[in-house]
Design a protein around this ligand. Structure first.
Ligand SMILES: Nc1ncnc2c1ncn2[C@@H]1O[C@H](COP(=O)(O)OP(=O)(O)O)[C@@H](O)[C@H]1O
Ligand SMILES: [Mg+2]
Length: 294
């Protein structure tokens, strides 16, 4: 991917199956030109993770992914010493004595590289995806800041490891908590939201080419109507795609009341949401089965 313009970036993303809107294409272009990390925020299922994967496919760079979770620490994100291997080496001892052993066990051979280290140490430029950063705590964010501004990691026993190639870094957040200003300042920012009708239709048809244009349009219209209700979890692009596949499997040519009732659990997944949608659309749901009384 050696694009000279935003339009070319958009095209190369489309060529690998990602339909970017203008802001997403612009930020992807700038990320490569400015060498800055991109922070992508937005609700679940709108294509945040997929953008990073698409950038990797389009650029031919390997994708290095750090999936964040509560309690994620440096040892799992950056590197840790392989204690087992170190212990075995110590037990094996050596003719030359302890000093040799010590040199040995704190060399890269005894290091377990985690995603951040892998991305920095890689000889080929990579796409580094730090997925769902909002699941970690502020302490972890602070640790990342250093890495994101200098692209280097310091290991006390080994010294500084600097990136020899510039990774494209994509951080995603489901917006479950405010990220620190310090982090935002270092990143280009992209807010991804539910797409416009026409683009969502294109995305659905890209993932399920067998669906007719009429049915795809109807599907996206219904999805948008459902999104307008005050739901706990509104359906995302992921649900639109799943629903399109389901409708094809059911052989549905239209979304009539019966089809809707039959398949609505694909797009709404909370009991209270299901009730709300059913009420609004006027469909009768089967009562949850309970042990027959009397
Ligand atoms: N712009 C897009 N072009 C093509 N497919 C998309 C696009 N946006 C989302 N998708 C599809 O929607 C689904 C959900 O996207 P994902 O990246 O997992 O969402 P998020 O990370 O925001 O929760 C994936 O199957 C992805 O391929
Ligand atoms: Mg994701």
């Amino acid at each position: 991917m050696a694009e000279g313009s935003v339009a070319e970036v958009k095209q190369s993303l489309a060529a690998v199956g990602y339909l970017a809107d203008e802001p997403a294409a612009l930020v992807s272009f700038l990320a490569q030109k400015l060498g800055k990390p991109v922070l992508v925020e937005g609700p679940a299922g709108v294509g945040k993770t997929e953008l990073a994967k698409a950038l990797s496919r389009a650029s031919g760079r390997e994708l290095v992914r750090l999936q964040c979770y509560e309690g994620l620490d440096e040892a799992k994100a950056m590197y840790e010493w392989n204690y087992r291997k170190q212990l075995l080496r110590i037990q094996a001892g050596g003719e030359a004595g302890w000093e040799d052993v010590q040199d040995d066990i704190f060399s890269t051979d005894f290091l377990l590289e985690r995603p951040l280290m892998q991305a920095i140490a890689s000889r080929e430029p990579v796409v580094l995806l730090i997925d769902e950063i909002d699941k970690t705590d502020q302490e972890f964010e602070a640790m990342l800041l250093e890495l994101l501004s200098d692209f280097q990691i310091t290991i006390p026993e080994l010294g500084r490891i600097e990136a020899t190639t510039m990774p494209i870094v994509v951080l995603t957040s489901n917006d479950s908590r405010e990220l620190t200003e310090a982090l935002k300042r270092r990143c280009l920012y992209l807010w991804l939201d539910y797409p416009e009708l026409e683009r969502e239709m294109e995305i659905v048809r890209l993932h399920t080419p067998e669906i007719s244009e009429t049915l795809a349009r109807k599907l996206v219209e219904v999805i948008r109507m459902v999104r307008g209700l005050d739901l706990k979890k509104p359906p995302s692009i992921a649900e639109s795609i799943d629903w399109a596949r389901t409708l094809l499997l059911l052989g549905a040519e239209d979304i009539d009341r019966e089809t809707f009732t039959q398949s609505m659990s694909i797009i709404v997944k909370h009991r209270t949401d299901i009730d709300l949608v059913a009420e609004r659309v006027g469909v009768k749901l089967a009562e949850p089965s309970s042990p027959a009384a009397g």
